[in-house]
Design a protein around this ligand. Sequence first.
Ligand code: ADP
Length: 255
Amino acid sequence: MNASNTGPILSVANLCFRYGPLEALCEVSFTVEKGDYIGLVGPNGSGKTTVIKIILGLMPPGNGTVSLFGTDPSAFEERHKIGYLPQKLTNFNPYFPATVKEIVSLGLFSKKKFPKRILKGDAELVDEAMTLTGVIDIKDALIGELSGGQQQRVLVARAIVNKPELLILDEPTTALDPEARENFFQLLRELNLSKNVTIILVTHDMASIGKYASKLLYLDKKIIFYGSFENFCLSENMAHYFGEFAQHLICHRHD
Ligand code: ADP
């Protein structure tokens, strides 16, 4: 392991952010280590998407500092190190004329410099991403003909085709039924365990995420809790904050 692999992948310190008069984030500090699988949870409007956009360098931090692989996110050039799945699931028209394989191949372009061409070794990367996400058998199917869960897997394949070190997903499961959602969380768990991909997953599904993620970050403009699920379950503060019943439901990870 070289020196650049030893520090945190991401560190956020004293981050505050306002949209005009509205305070969206206040004194948010946390670090993400390689191999973490973090469930980022919080009520609607609690600043989850805002923090993700700042991490990705899509918005400047108001106050505070963010360091992504040791760099200011807005100056970060190694985009291929990050896979990002935004909130909105594209509603593919059933006749959208692209196959699974073509959609996954599009993910290669973020790493390429001009002229952007698909090269020989690229086919292997695409096949590997499709195998990992379980869509290789449907590689020639039209994307619009697939179920929501299958489409989501294809979008994950596209996001991981460059072998990112960090995968960020913003509410990717809202359109999925409970079974497809559990399968999706499981897929991320496998990527995390077998490929050591660091994952930050924004989700509403607090009751299920504990089965898969290793850490919980509960945000409500400020950090209410950040740590392992085990520590969350043992925390008297959290029992007080959520009520023992809700804490029990989260800890026992009921369906
Ligand atoms: P979450 O992702 O947790 O639902 P957001 O980060 O989207 O929360 O939003 C945090 C707060 O900032 C909310 O009150 C939201 O209404 C507000 N907000 C988000 N985006 C904007 C914007 N572009 N302009 C003004 N207010 C915004």
